[in-house]
Write a protein that binds this ligand. Structure first.
Ligand code: ZN
Length: 211
């Protein structure tokens, strides 16, 4: 199982490293092979892939999966925390989407990502980039949550990290229990955001999780 994005550079670097490349080792999508497979799937589903309406569908589906499963590598640039800012930094309501590895159906929602700075701080857009990088793969929500938290914990070495994802899963709303409108909440906490009750409560109060 190599489809989930993982960080390649496993040993944590010193927290004074300003540029850290985040590279996913998500499997490469073989687009022509995916087109052949979609054509076979249509046939297996009793459809005629040669019909006028479906002729272009294999190409479109393969391209859509290639886009959803190909993460963009990026550089996680950090800056010295020269002002000694030591309060919570929180990005709230970051939209994300991913694909459930059990049904190949999308799940999507919002993320709240917070950290307590140590000696380095991060460009705020990078929180969304980390999330997007790990979301582009076949995932389960629990693993995605943990991968984002672990990546920030290792590359930024902050005093604490907290990641909460709230998502609706199409495999729960379109089939099976058909639980329309239900949202699944997962969290992963490190450092003071896990161990200090006051800091943890502040994070959850600011995110509004559990409203
Ligand atoms: Zn599913």
């Amino acid at each position: 199982m190599t489809s989930a994005p993982l960080e390649r550079s496993s040993p944590p670097r010193p927290s004074n490293t300003p540029h850290r490349r985040v590279v996913s080792d998500a499997a490469r999508v073989d687009v022509p092979a995916a087109e052949v497979a979609v054509r076979a799937l249509l046939t297996a589903l009793g459809q005629d892939p040669a019909s006028e309406h479906l002729r272009d569908t294999p190409r479109r589906v393969a391209a859509a999966y290639a886009e959803m499963l190909t993460p963009e590598a990026f550089t996680l640039t950090t800056f010295g925390n020269d002002e000694g800012y030591d309060e919570l930094v929180l990005a709230r309501d970051l939209p994300f989407q991913s694909l459930c590895e059990h049904h190949l159906l999308p799940f999507s929602g919002i993320a709240h990502i917070g950290y307590l700075p140590g000696s380095r701080i991060l460009g705020l857009s990078k929180l969304a980039r980390v999330l997007d990088c790990f979301a582009r793969g076949l995932q389960v929500q629990e693993r995605l949550t943990k991968q984002v938290a672990d990546c920030l914990h290792q590359s930024l070495q902050p005093k604490g990290v907290a990641v909460v994802l709230e998502a609706a899963h199409q495999c729960m709303s379109l089939r099976g229990v058909r639980a329309h409108g239900s949202r699944t909440v997962t969290s992963a906490l490190h450092g003071l955001l896990r161990d200090n009750a006051a800091t943890r409560s502040e994070f959850f109060a600011l995110t509004g999780v559990g409203r």
